[in-house]
Design a protein around this ligand. Structure first.
Ligand SMILES: NC(=O)c1ccc[n+]([C@@H]2O[C@H](COP(=O)([O-])OP(=O)(O)OC[C@H]3O[C@@H](n4cnc5c(N)ncnc54)[C@H](O)[C@@H]3O)[C@@H](O)[C@H]2O)c1
Length: 437
């Protein structure tokens, strides 16, 4: 096994930079401030609440993850953001309608102090939005340089020792990797030429990597998911991870599908539909942004069920995902799943799921954990794609040629075994023969 690395201590302040100060970002920031003030509990966060088993089942060693590995505490975090809409975090959180005034008002001053920096934004890539708080420059290369200056200034003004960036901005239109994304030279030339294939989220990712800042991508945009930036991350020794936070319907799908497969139950079809009324829903109402999301959501079942290995069970299932913008629901999404499965001798059965979820409530602990774990990875010298954090993503980024692991339970085992490795502990294989010797 690879040797456990030296980990630099998590001392000092950790700046968490959020491109996009909308529902997810403000729910994260408000939650962290509320927890720090003893007003809330960080439910859903592994870094704050989960334990990790060490050694044998009978050893009784189950420390909290945060006591086992040296990770930044909530008191060390300081937040920064960019958004084309100039609202501060309190105003944006109020407009998003996720958290109630009862939670927001006691922390109004601290929340209002988080004001978005002018964004690199272009309506060509997010059609249903616009805002005045934007940067202008002669070309995309200069815009990226302006982001780099923001990063340096933020670090200095806030006395941060280290930074991480988590993309919480809107879903951009669907783009495929092309020649401009192959090498760093091609990418930098395309930025200078204002090439259409360079979307704003890529400029944030590039700026972060050039400044040595770990980059996590919460949306399905390409962003850093192409060879030029993957190589840059390795060259600069910076961790990257993506894409698209695993919340709501995909979370349920990746909990349930591994169970059906584990019991060798067959699948005829899985129809998933969502109604949601927040700004994300409005952006996804545009077919080009929806296409990006659809691609991200469709992959999970194929990879979990492995139709090539089990053609009789999964060779022919019909998978459909719909997202419907329906304003009355606000951030409280309704995700319907209608699953047609078959068992012994081909007899048909159905499962219906109606998940009345709150998207940003599910996403906020992910943003927090990613910020903290990406900082840990960086201090441990882990560079490039961090597949051990695929637990948090709908479309996990993986090494070229490697299929992504979507099964939530395999992802969890991978995450915890990585933590054990970082903490110099033995891997847990679940073989367990030693209990019967
Ligand atoms: N909530 C979830 O469960 C969930 C799950 C997976 C992915 N996501 C993704 O996370 C992102 C944020 O979701 P949300 O519900 O907070 O959406 P939101 O619309 O409330 O917030 C997104 C914010 O990003 C800003 N923005 C857009 N382009 C930007 C740019 N170039 N630079 C800086 N800011 C920019 C918008 O003005 C907006 O304020 C979306 O892409 C969404 O698809 C959310």
């Amino acid at each position: 096994m690879k040797e456990t690395p030296e980990i630099r201590p998590a001392a000092g302040r950790l700046g968490v930079l959020l491109p996009g100060l909308g529902a997810v970002a403000t729910t994260t920031v408000a939650g962290v401030i509320a927890v720090r003030n003893g007003l809330a509990t960080p439910i859903g966060s592994l870094t704050q609440m989960n334990t990790i088993r060490l050694g044998r089942r009978i050893d009784g060693r189950n420390p909290l993850i945060r006591d086992f590995v040296d990770i930044a505490s909530l008191d060390q975090l300081v937040f920064g953001a960019w958004d084309p809409i100039p609202d501060n975090a309190y105003e944006s959180a109020t407009n998003s309608g996720v958290l109630s005034r009862e939670h927001l008002d006691p922390i109004k001053d601290e929340l209002s102090a988080v004001k978005p920096m002018p964004a690199v934004f272009d309506t060509e890539y997010v059609k249903r939005l616009d805002g005045p708080n934007v940067k202008t420059a002669a070309n995309k290369k200069e815009l990226a340089e302006a982001l780099r200056e923001d990063i340096r200034r933020f670090k200095e003004e806030n006395g941060c020792d280290r930074l991480v960036m988590v993309w919480c901005g809107s879903t951009e239109i669907f783009l495929r990797p092309g020649p401009a994304h192959e090498t760093l030279d091609a990418f930098e030339k395309a930025m200078a030429d204002n090439d259409d294939s360079i979307a704003p989220s890529m400029l944030y990712a590039y700026a972060a990597l050039m400044e040595g800042v770990p980059y996590a991508n919460g949306a399905p945009n390409l962003s850093a998911d192409f060879p030029a930036l993957e190589q840059l991350a390795i060259d600069r020794e910076v961790p990257i991870v993506g894409k698209d936070f695993k919340t709501g319907q995909t979370l349920i799908k990746t909990i349930l599908a591994p169970g059906l497969k584990a019991r060798m139950l067959g699948l005829d079809g899985w129809f998933s539909t969502n109604i949601l009324g927040n700004r994300d829903g409005e952006v996804l109402d545009d077919p080009e942004s929806f296409k990006t999301k659809e691609e991200s959501k469709l992959g999970a079942l194929e990879h979990i069920l492995q139709p090539d290995l089990y053609p009789e069970l999964y060779g022919n299932f019909y998978h459909k995902v719909r997202i419907n913008y329906y304003p009355p629901r606000g951030d409280n999404k309704e995700g319907w799943d209608s699953i047609d499965l078959f068992g012994w001798m081909g007899y048909k059965m159905q499962i219906k799921i109606d998940f009345l979820c709150r998207d940003s409530i599910l996403a906020a602990p992910i943003v927090l954990d990613l910020a903290i774990f990406m900082d840990l990875a960086s201090r441990a010298g882990m560079k490039g794609i961090q597949e051990w954090l695929s637990f948090y993503f709908k479309a996990p980024q993986t090494a070229p040629g490697l299929y992504p692991e979507h099964d939530l339970f395999i992802q969890q085992m991978k995450l915890k075994n990585t933590l054990r490795w970082l903490g110099g502990e033995e891997q847990i294989t679940h073989l367990g023969l030693e209990y019967y010797d």
